[in-house]
Write a protein that binds this ligand. Sequence first.
Ligand SMILES: CC(C)(COP(=O)(O)OP(=O)(O)OC[C@H]1O[C@@H](n2cnc3c(N)ncnc32)[C@H](O)[C@@H]1OP(=O)(O)O)[C@@H](O)C(=O)NCCC(=O)NCCS
Length: 168
Amino acid sequence: MAQPPGKPTAASRTTLSHIMTQADVNLLGTVHGGVIMKLVDDAAGAVAGRHSGGPAVTASMDEMVFLEPVKVGDLVHVHAQVNWTGRTSMEIGVKVLAERWNESTPATRVGTAYLVFAAVDETGKPRPVPPVLPDNDRDRRRYQEAQIRRTHRLARRREILESRRRPL
Ligand SMILES: CC(C)(COP(=O)(O)OP(=O)(O)OC[C@H]1O[C@@H](n2cnc3c(N)ncnc32)[C@H](O)[C@@H]1OP(=O)(O)O)[C@@H](O)C(=O)NCCC(=O)NCCS
């Protein structure tokens, strides 16, 4: 299948916002990391679907970093965008901010993540995605850095597979 025409980064950029409640907390009383990971996967999935113009599945999630605790009452904003595209896969970069309900300070960055989504057809087979066209220097830098992560992901997978073929 031919590669569709390119699309600018801005065409699929997405923000999901959610107020944290008592149902989202862990035993320490702060928000469970898994709740944030679900929001991250949802926002990234929305971006991947918008960019690729159809269904897309999570292939991997890496470098999920939690920088600060999220608390009940915080308004969490999850910003996601396509950083890079391959033939059938896309890296989505996600930034998580929290507006504290009881502080008048600017929103705090509480997490970041990088996810790879593969666009799939109705049978679940990977299908070509439009190349992303970075809008500005910041997006061009994200593209370059995503390519570095991609090289490392592939190299790590290859090395692990090779090591499994060697006797212990
Ligand atoms: C992701 C999936 C479609 C890949 O299928 P596949 O038969 O391995 O196909 P390919 O090897 O051609 O990979 C497709 C693309 O995904 C990328 N990819 C596959 N696995 C990857 C991984 N673990 N990390 C990063 N990229 C990956 C490939 O590099 C390729 O990208 P490219 O075309 O841009 O070069 C398949 O493994 C799958 O359906 N996984 C389950 C997805 C899912 O259900 N997610 C939700 C979890 S509940």
